[in-house]
Design a protein around this ligand. Structure first.
Ligand code: GLN
Length: 446
């Protein structure tokens, strides 16, 4: 814990990953744990961790990187926070993100711009950019992020670390400030696959506070890391190596496939015919759900309230106009439109139908294959300021991550090389609740 705090003090001035550092609480917990009996020490005992700032922490500000929640101090811990505490982990603080997890660069934070430790002129990815950058910089070995459309995997790829989006329902969302409830999952960011497996094992499982959490038994993921890929059948969707994916990214993925072949796996090119509709489908559904979820920020129950308001309408309008940033407001508009009486059939309902087709494409492949492999992101990290105001490019670049959230299946990003000094991410996509096969393959590859 002391080492982690020292690293944060030394590096975070440049990286800017943390929004809050809970130094005193961390040190006193570490001291308390030092005196805990040996038999109470789990596999993650005493290990430092950072938490994305949209996961509520009792007594510690949880801002969602929004002015709306700048001073919000939750009165309870999210289930995942209880679980990491039970595992003996020590939280070092809260990590920067795009406001309400909407974005792909962490430049949408209302408070600061996190930098990619591999090149401080580039973004760490997003929205869990603070989580990925803090781990990649060596400030902390473990972090929690959230992935609604790629926000764990893409920053993991940009920062050269390992990030897992678990199956929908594998990890409780109780205490996660909701963005799009049918897509959101909390996931671990770590430097190695083994660390990742250990952390997922600690946070997974049913929770009576989240009716969408699954009662399926949590597997012993770390026991499955045998290094063996014999007989594993891998599908490589041609859409994942198509137009729009950078040549050096494609080359790194092909090289990784050769490595997996040499370890005993076989692979074939396949198709995910509806994946080309994934981005518009995702943005219709995610914004619709966000417009509903963010209705609670009304200036009364939570957060920011402007001064000098004289009536109820003004409280609503001014707290939302001043409390939310540009991207969040835009998405509330889109989502409200997609759910409106005149348009919901054409937008929201149609998107739900396409979502079912996208899920079916994956199901068909998993009848025959154990895993799907491709790149995590079409490019390496963007320059700071480069694309943040170009939503067409940004939304289109979610193409390789959002289909997984729409289908509810698990996927992990693991580093597979560099282009111009910036990391490239390899994505392993598994069937529902088959995190084990993903970890096994990624571990053997890594
Ligand atoms: N980049 C996607 C978006 O902006 C994903 C965000 C996420 O997974 N939270 O919505």
């Amino acid at each position: 814990t002391e080492d982690a705090l020292k690293q944060v003090a030394k590096l975070d001035g440049q990286v800017q990953a943390f929004l809050t550092v809970t130094e005193e609480a961390a040190l006193s917990k570490a001291e308390q744990l030092d005196n805990a009996p040996m038999e109470n020490r789990g596999p993650l005992f005493g290990l430092p961790i950072g938490i994305k700032d949209n996961i509520v922490t009792k007594g510690v500000t949880t801002t969602c990187a929004s002015k709306m929640l700048e001073n919000f101090v939750p009165v309870y811990d999210a289930t995942v926070v209880e679980k990491i505490n039970d595992a003996g982990m020590i939280s070092i603080g809260k990590l920067n993100m795009d406001e309400f997890a909407m974005g792909s660069t962490t430049e949408r934070s209302a408070f600061k711009t996190t930098r990619n430790p591999w090149n401080l002129e580039t973004v760490p990815g997003g929205s869990s950019g603070g989580s990925a950058a803090a781990v990649a910089a060596g400030e902390i070995p473990f972090a929690l992020g959230t992935d609604t459309g790629g926000s764990v995997r893409q920053p993991a790829a940009f920062c050269g670390i390992v990030g897992m989006k678990p199956t929908y329902g594998r990890v409780s969302r109780h205490g996660l400030v909701a963005f799009a409830s049918s897509l959101d999952q909390i996931g671990p960011l770590t430097r190695t696959v083994e660390d990742n497996a250990l952390l997922l094992q600690a946070i997974a499982g049913i929770d009576r506070h989240d009716s969408s959490s699954s009662d399926k038994a949590v597997e012993n993921y770390s026991a499955g890391l045998t290094g063996d890929l014999k007989g594993m059948k891998i599908a490589v969707p041609k859409e994942y190596l198509g137009e729009g994916v950078a040549e050096d990214v494609k080359a790194a993925v092909r090289k990784a496939l050769n490595v997996m072949e040499s370890l005993g796996a076989t692979w074939e090119e396949v198709t995910l015919p509806h994946s080309k509709y994934a981005s518009p489908t995702y943005y219709a559904i995610a914004t619709a759900e966000a417009s509903s979820n963010l209705a609670r920020f009304d200036g009364i129950r939570y957060g920011y309230r402007p001064e000098g308001v004289t009536n109820l309408d003004e409280i609503y309008t001014r707290s939302r106009a001043e409390g939310f940033g540009e991207e969040v407001k835009k998405r509330i508009f889109y989502g409200t439109y997609a759910l409106s009486a005149d348009h919901h059939e054409d937008l929201y309902v149609k998107a739900q139908k396409v979502r079912a087709l996208i899920a079916q494409d994956f199901a068909t492949l998993f009848d025959k294959y154990d895993l799907i492999v491709g790149p995590t992101s079409a490019t390496t990290a963007y320059k700071i300021g480069g694309v943040v105001h170009d939503p067409i490019t940004l939304y289109a670049n979610d193409l390789l991550t959002v289909p997984v959230n729409l289908a509810g299946i698990p996927a992990l990003s693991v580093p597979c090389g560099f282009a111009d000094g910036l990391p490239i991410g390899l994505q392993f996509i598994g069937n529902h609740f088959d995190e084990m096969t993903i970890y096994k393959a990624a571990h053997a590859y890594e």
